[in-house]
Design a protein around this ligand. Structure first.
Ligand code: XIL
Length: 345
């Protein structure tokens, strides 16, 4: 049976945590444009939204002369209508950018010059910041800048052309322009596996420390937190949030989900009661940790990457054909043990 109505008796997740942090979720196009159960769950349980895809540059920066906010505006209006806090994801990334931006010619053969790419991205950052300033309070300025191999800034080998074309200080420039465009905005550097790979955490730590020493206007570190039921240990998550908090930066959990697999497990597992219970315990211990970090003033937002398991990006990724159940509501919109575990004393 499909749950056409949401469970009214459930406590609202964001109300439950209102004294600690805002609780957000990523809105897919589907959720935004269909008045179904997932939208109802979004409105009841979350007080902060981020667009799962439609505010990414490839959907807005159509060509050199076209910055098109038509779709993004629908998202902004929806959030505003329901009085939700709004995050913007993302200004700069190596993925989901329009390809033309890196090239001089339409055939995308010759790389753009430094001046060309700088002018294009600066124009984009100013346009987005100006257009959204009455709506958005928090921006991912640069997404996923740290390499999984070197733990330094990504290079062409890590599928990023930013450093190659603009040089190693490109991240600083993006933050400086975003700040110039809107001095009140929260500016976030966002990445994955910071809480799970110690080397990558060191890399990010040293990088942001250097940025702070240079007075680069960075406000927060975003931990995507695409984790699994098996790791990383909660102590390591807490240590990570504390490390950045002690540096004087805010910490946001920006894209949380808890896969029931290790990243590249090929074999499908059965979704047993025990497994759902294991996931529930995991969510519980991590939300307890979030509360402690929030009390210290370090953690301000916890954003999940979706609502219902059947719509999660983890279906088919990173293993094609493999489904996953990393979120708080099942494919029918019914609260899972994980939901109850984080909303019960
Ligand atoms: C993912 C979306 O969930 C997918 O729908 C899309 O096809 C690819 O991007 N890190 C990020 C997010 O910063 O933007 C990604 O979102 C997930 C990983």
């Amino acid at each position: 049976m499909f749950f056409s109505k949401i469970q009214k008796s459930l406590v609202s997740l964001c109300d439950y945590y209102k004294d600690y942090f805002s609780v957000g979720t990523a809105l897919s196009r589907w959720t935004l444009f269909n008045k179904g159960i997932e939208q109802k769950l979004a409105l009841k349980h979350f007080n902060e939204f981020v667009a799962e895809n439609l505010t990414k540059p490839m959907f807005i920066y159509k060509d050199e002369n076209t910055i098109d906010f038509t779709e993004a505006d629908k998202y902004l209006k929806f959030c505003k209508k329901y009085n939700k806090k709004i995050r913007w994801h993302t200004l700069v990334w190596h993925a989901q950018m329009p390809k033309w931006i890196y090239y001089q010619d339409k055939e995308c053969k010759e790389l753009a010059t430094k001046e060309m790419l700088e002018a294009r991205i600066k124009k984009y950052i100013f346009a987005v910041m100006e257009h959204t300033k009455d709506y958005v309070s928090s921006y991912d300025v640069v997404n996923e800048p740290i390499s999984d191999k070197t733990y330094k800034l990504r290079t062409e080998e890590d599928h990023s052309l930013w450093q190659k074309i603009l040089g190693p200080d490109y991240v600083e420039k993006m933050f400086t322009w975003a700040h110039e465009a809107n001095p009140n905005a929260e500016l976030v550097i966002n990445d994955y596996n910071i809480e799970s790979t110690i080397g990558k955490r060191e890399g990010m730590y040293n990088f942001v420390k250097e940025m702070l020493a240079k007075n680069v206007p960075i406000s927060a570190v975003g931990l995507q937190m695409h984790i699994s039921v098996n790791d990383p240990p909660v102590e390591q998550i807490e240590e990570t949030i504390n490390m950045f908090g002690e540096l004087g930066l805010k910490v946001l959990v920006t894209e949380m989900d808890v896969s029931v697999y290790n990243f590249e497990d090929k074999e499908r597992i059965e979704y047993t009661t025990e497994l759902l219970e294991k996931q529930a315990q995991r969510y519980k211990e991590i939300f307890e940790c979030f509360k402690r970090c929030a009390k210290k003033g370090y953690l301000t937002d916890v954003v999940l990457w979706g609502i219902m398991d059947n719509r999660s990006w983890k279906n088919d990724f990173p293993v094609p054909g493999r489904t996953d159940i990393p979120l708080l509501f099942d494919g029918k919109g019914k609260a899972k043990p994980s939901f109850y575990s984080i909303t019960e004393e």
